[in-house]
Design a protein around this ligand. Structure first.
Ligand SMILES: [Zn+2]
Length: 451
């Protein structure tokens, strides 16, 4: 019989076995980072603590945040100027042991670099392979790689993992354009596709026109959607399932041994962590940075990464501003492991009359009205977030063929629905289809700044 998991031993551990292993690896990792990086040593020294003082995971959870976007910038500046490399003062390995480098465009314009040792590459391949296996990909299968090759985690990380697992990745990349993507898809007949969900939607729209067939005729049966929460939004998921005649999986991770993928449940249950032997995922209150109580089966908070076995630039109490729901109860699919649902960016959080609203949640409601609307929308902000002077103003494209008289009633219906589901009442301005600018190769833009 075919095995259920890529790594049966690691992915099937009991909660107790896993907790023991996590603590063992964490203490070793803390020793390693304390002794190999002046940055980490200083963080511990600043709170008058030695890693050996910590007795259990509860005490570890009380540690402050050690790393964030701000510290990335500062330590990379220090390492560029004083250490002769761009990887940040928290590089624990020798720069000579770096075997892969990734960069992202930093918010200040200076690229942010991340380094990987040979062992880090192994860890990352291993956890990503676990997600591919759970999606149904098997050695010998082909995967059309349509997410940007220069992208941070969407590019070379999966490309390496395909090979590690015995798949063949076809590196076409969204940046090569829709025609090239479709030509390749038609000729190679890949079973899997790795893509951002909005580009997957774009492929469904464009295939008949450019390739003269339906997207479902391309032979793609497994879509791994990354980079945007699309596959977790029921309407988007349904659209992709039907458009390709494929199973759609929502996936994230790859770095620091972090990886998660959604399951096959009819209703979206979040992404199952497949990596708890390599990575400790925590959540803290976004305002106080104190650990969120998860005794009742989970909670909502800011995502905090800690790598348990990472050499180059390990995440340690690393908060990147993503808000998630973390669930500890067993999923209806019966697969083990904690699950997470992406809620939004702390930077995106809007507060309307004291109610927290994420633009992605608004988009979720809007998408349930497709095809009465195109799904393209903007929240118009006239002052800097998070506080919004009510009402929340929105522009929304009505669908093709929606008559003049219908539009006002439709706007009111959608306002009511948002009010019922998100507890805020927006003021919606309907605009014609194709009015709001979009770039299908990029992530959907939900905010229009007018300040
Ligand atoms: Zn599940």
């Amino acid at each position: 019989m075919e095995k259920k998991f890529w790594n049966e031993a690691a992915e099937n551990m009991s909660r107790d076995e896993l907790s023991d292993l996590q603590w063992k690896k964490l203490t070793r990792q803390m020793d390693y980072i304390y002794n190999s990086s002046s940055y980490f040593k200083r963080q511990f020294d600043d709170i008058d603590l030695h890693p050996n003082d910590l007795r259990n995971i509860e005490e570890f959870r009380e540690l402050p945040i050690f790393m964030d976007k701000q510290s990335d910038r500062e330590t990379q500046e220090i390492s560029r100027e004083k250490l002769g490399h761009p990887f940040g003062e928290y590089l624990c390995a020798s720069p000579r042991d770096v075997r892969a480098i990734h960069s992202t465009s930093g918010t200040t314009g200076v690229p942010v670099f991340e380094a990987f040792t040979q062992h880090d590459i192994f860890v990352q391949n291993e956890v990503v392979a676990r997600t591919f296996w759970r999606a149904g990909l098997r050695p010998g299968d082909y995967v059309l790689h349509v997410s940007g090759l220069s992208m941070w985690l969407g590019g070379m990380v999966p490309m390496r993992a395909y090979e590690y697992m015995g798949l063949a990745g076809i590196p076409v990349g969204a940046e090569s354009g829709i025609s090239r993507v479709l030509d390749t898809a038609k000729l190679v007949k890949a079973k899997g596709m790795f893509c951002i969900p909005s580009f997957a939607e774009y492929i469904i729209r464009k295939t008949p026109e450019i390739a003269g067939l339906a997207a479902s005729d391309l032979g793609i049966r497994i879509v791994i959607a990354v980079g945007e929460p699309g596959a977790g939004i029921p309407e988007t998921r349904k659209k992709l399932q039907e458009g390709f005649g494929a199973k759609i999986f929502d996936s994230t991770g790859g770095i620091w041994g972090f990886a998660a993928i959604s399951c096959d449940c009819e209703d979206y249950q979040g992404m199952h962590l497949v990596c708890e032997d390599y990575h400790y995922l925590d959540i803290v209150d976004p305002a106080t940075k104190k650990p969120v109580d998860m005794s009742a089966g989970g909670g909502i908070g800011e995502m905090v990464h800690t790598a348990l076995e990472w050499e180059a630039g390990p995440a340690f109490r690393y908060a990147l501003g993503d808000v998630i729901e973390l669930m500890t109860q067993t999923c209806t699919c019966g697969m083990p492991g904690m699950r997470m649902k992406y809620k939004g960016r702390i930077d995106d959080l809007l507060i309307v009359k004291g109610v927290n609203v994420f633009p992605a949640a608004v988009k979720g409601v809007i998408d349930s009205f497709i095809p009465k609307v195109t799904g393209e929308m903007r929240i118009v902000l006239t002052t800097p977030p998070p506080r919004v002077d009510p009402p929340l103003r929105m522009k929304l494209e009505y669908g093709h063929g929606v008559g003049k008289h219908e539009r006002q009633a439709l706007a009111r219906t959608i306002e009511n629905e948002i009010s019922a589901r998100l507890r805020i009442r927006p003021a919606i301005e309907m605009v014609p289809p194709d009015t709001l600018e979009k770039d299908p190769s990029k992530k959907a833009r939900l905010i229009e700044k007018k300040f």
